[in-house]
Design a binder for this molecule. Sequence first.
Ligand SMILES: [Zn+2]
Length: 80
Amino acid sequence: MPQQLPILRETNRIIREFAGETPELATTWTFICECGCFGLVDLTLEEFDAAPHVLAPGHTVPAALLQGNPGADTAGPTRR
Ligand SMILES: [Zn+2]
């Protein structure tokens, strides 16, 4: 079900935060493919930062994930 997909992104973000405590960018870390297949993807932090999503080769981001995350990179006006 699509509900698990944001969890995969969150998991990868937590891995990235943890990995960020080590200064060696050449080290590869194991992330989770965000297409929902739960495949493991080895990436360096440089590769992770350069990629909008963690995906195994040939895998694509499900439409459900894109639709469920509107404007994540554009900070809208904050209203209070
Ligand atoms: Zn996949």
